[in-house]
Design a protein around this ligand. Structure first.
Ligand code: ATP
Ligand code: MG
Length: 260
């Protein structure tokens, strides 16, 4: 793999609240701050990734939803944010309608990939694309996994960490077989870890035993600054560049850049 290869990463886990959006925002921001051009696509109707970077779509304005419907272009909804080199394709609460509309559209699993393919000039501007998925395995996550070459799986470092992972892995395999043979798991990342507790160490051990070659070395600790940053509309590195959360996402960015 050449260093200049452009890759698209879906950040997925159907389990809710495991750190998908926190990882999407802070990984995208860390790589953008290192000087690469990055695009973050928000595929969740909660719009947490958009809001966490200070990007809000007013009522009536188009978002990623209209892009999926084929009514507008990615380039026309892309917005800059507080981080230089980072652009956002925002979501909005209208996306809640996507689960109703998408099943009736042609090439319903390929809507995001087709939009990126239609706009090659726009897509070519970004070395990295991250796609923040909603907490489900529905069509929005399927569209994200079909549009991506890699998937990053955040896993919360707690007792039920492995719950649901088997179903996620079999969904990824089914998509590889039927819709996107290029898809690979880039890695699992342990989030919200409390490494000082024996439960934390036990969960980390268990994940590393189950997925020895697939777990990133970097572990994201539980860090209150990571939870506070979204309310300021900035990544953690701009709120507190020296906190443990900021360090962890910078280290994870280095691993992602190095491993492809
Ligand atoms: P959803 O499934 O609803 O989309 P998610 O998987 O995107 O959730 P996040 O929104 O990233 O998860 O995180 C869930 C909550 O935990 C948020 O309030 C977030 O600020 C907080 N959080 C995430 N990572 C950390 C961390 N390492 N330390 C402390 N708080 C964290
Ligand atoms: Mg989220």
């Amino acid at each position: 793999m050449t260093r200049r290869q452009k890759l698209r990463y879906a950040i997925a886990n159907q389990k809710g609240g495991v750190g998908k959006t926190t990882t999407a925002i802070n990984l995208a921001a860390s790589i953008a701050q290192a000087g690469e051009r990055v695009l973050l696509i928000d595929m969740d109707s909660q719009a947490n990734a958009s809001h966490g970077l200070g990007v809000r779509v007013s009522p009536g304005q188009p978002s990623v939803f209209e892009v999926l419907l084929g009514e507008t272009s990615l380039a026309s909804v892309a917005r800059g944010c507080s981080v230089p080199n980072l652009e956002v394709i925002p979501s909005s609460p209208d996306m809640a309608g996507a689960s109703v509309m998408l099943p009736f559209l042609e090439r319903r699993e390929f809507r995001l990939r087709d939009a990126l393919a239609r706009e090659q000039e726009f897509a070519a501007r970004f070395r990295f694309v991250f796609i923040d998925c909603p907490p489900s395995l529905g069509l929005l996550t399927v569209n994200s996994l079909v549009a991506a070459e890699r998937v990053i799986i955040p896993v919360q470092g707690e007792y039920y960490a492995l719950e649901g992972l088997a179903q996620l892995m079999s969904t990824i395999s089914a998509i590889q077989e039927r819709l996107n043979p290029a898809l690979r798991i880039a890695g699992l990342v342990l989030t919200m870890m409390n490494a000082r507790t024996s439960l934390g160490r036990q969960v980390e051990q268990e994940i590393r035993t189950h997925f020895p070659d697939l777990t990133y070395r970097t572990v994201v600790p539980r860090n209150v600054r990571l939870a506070e940053a979204p309310s300021h509309g900035v990544p953690v590195s701009m709120l507190d560049p020296t906190c443990s959360g900021s360090d962890a996402y910078f280290d994870l960015a280095l691993e992602v850049i190095a491993n492809g």
